[in-house]
Design a binder for this molecule. Structure first.
Ligand code: ARG
Length: 403
């Protein structure tokens, strides 16, 4: 019986080679799947290319809204920044890709799915752990991990098999993008001591070339997610796109950091995530206005754990859902507006307001007429400092005794 394999297909050289290779090596029928997660690419030619290369069927799936609502929204609520820096943009898309591959595999009665991830990265883990959690009976094939083809060998294979060579085949960079961000790797970027060349950036202008005038944006949040930009209620996909544009225009969103991959390798990563960085910072700020200090402090730990789970491919682990339950409770109060000033590669929160604000001017003011009873601070300080006083007193006695 001929095998049927569902392949995650991007239209690039790697997955095109894969498409032919799977047909030849397994004598298989290959169904291809391409997702639109906001990577700003025309999906139609990708489908045509797949069919020209022998795919028996191609699925082109617009998953933008699903991606935002089911993956980006939870990440916003969790202020997700892996190692404090990376908004997990690629990581968020992988469980969705896995879900869609499995969905198509079931529909097509296929016995395997295949992807083009290498054995050195996080993406293989994310796709496979999710796929296996959803459908343990479906095999996962990861040829790139086994075949050890060099770029030249791939080009050779492509030429032999009538696979069109992309015009940018000489570009040394590997790019992955979706609504939540753009990742750029390889080439000179693998030297962490070298400043990245300007040519790698596409979503952000260089801060030196950003407008000389600052620009303000206001984001309204409702239940922890953005619902309006500058007062206009718009759908979340458009809101993120618009914010990527405006913040990117001001040079905001570049990230350059050393990242710990799950497989133990340290890597230098470059991202452009204008909307993600601005939204998360604004969201964090609003949380500080409406949540208690205890909630904020505990949520820091939950957020960090959430980000690590998602980065390391454990989207499907029940712990992520457990953490989401806590996060969800807190987000009911995260409603309000945050004003951000964008200027020359940087941005700052310059104002925030909420109907559920815990800020009380009457308490906070340094004016004399305040309802805060200053006299009560005396006793408070007495008790707050008691352990510290005791320890220091003992230290002095100890010093006298030479211990
Ligand atoms: N280091 C990032 C991550 O692990 C980016 C990965 C980019 N993936 C890619 N296939 N180019 O999430």
């Amino acid at each position: 019986m001929t095998r049927k394999i569902v392949l995650a297909y991007s239209g690039g050289l790697d997955t095109s080679v894969l498409l032919k290779w799977l047909q030849q090596k397994y004598d298989a029928e290959v169904v291809t799947v391409t997702l639109d997660v906001g990577q700003q690419e025309d999906l139609e030619p990708i489908g045509e290319k797949a069919e020209n290369l022998g795919a028996i069927k191609h699925y082109s799936i617009d998953a933008k809204e699903e991606f935002v609502k089911n993956y980006v929204f939870p990440a916003i609520k969790a202020n997700a920044l892996y190692e404090g820096k990376y908004p997990v943009s690629t990581a968020l898309s992988r469980p969705l890709i896995a879900e869609k591959l499995i969905e198509v595999a079931r529909k097509e009665d296929a016995d395997a799915i295949a992807h083009g991830c290498t054995g050195k990265g996080n993406d293989q883990v994310r796709i496979e752990v999710s796929a296996k959690a959803l459908a343990p009976e479906i095999e996962v094939i990861a040829p790139v991990r086994e075949w050890n083809m060099t770029r030249d060998a791939e080009i050779e294979f492509a030429k032999k098999n009538g696979i069109p060579i992309p015009v940018d085949v000489d570009k040394p960079y590997s790019v992955d993008q979706n609504l939540w961000g753009r990742s750029i790797e390889c080439g000179i970027l693998e030297h962490p001591d070298v400043e990245p060349p300007e040519e790698i950036y596409e979503w952000t202008v260089s801060p030196e070339k950003a407008p000389d005038k600052p620009e303000y944006v206001t984001i309204r949040f409702n239940n922890g997610v953005p619902t309006a930009l500058n007062g206009d209620e718009i759908d979340p996909v458009s809101l993120i796109e618009a914010l990527n544009d405006v913040a990117g225009k001001h040079g905001v969103g570049r990230i350059d950091h050393i990242e710990d991959r799950l497989v133990g390798i340290k890597s230098r990563e470059i991202y452009e995530c204008p909307a993600a960085l601005v939204i998360i910072e604004a969201h964090k700020d609003l949380e500080k206005l409406v949540l208690t200090r205890h909630e904020v402090s505990f949520k820091h730990q939950v957020d960090a754990l959430w980000s690590t789970l998602v980065y390391t491919g454990l989207w499907m682990d029940p712990l992520r859902g457990d953490l989401d339950a806590f996060i969800e409770m807190t987000q009911k109060r995260v409603c309000g507006e945050v004003k951000i000033k964008l200027y020359k590669g940087g941005f700052r929160i310059v104002g925030r307001s909420s109907p559920l604000s815990l800020y009380d001017l009457n308490l906070a003011t340094y004016n004399i007429e305040s309802k805060f009873d200053q006299a009560s601070s005396k006793g408070f300080i007495e008790l707050w400092g008691l352990p510290t006083r005791m320890a220091n007193a003992l230290k002095k006695t100890g010093e006298k005794r030479g211990v």
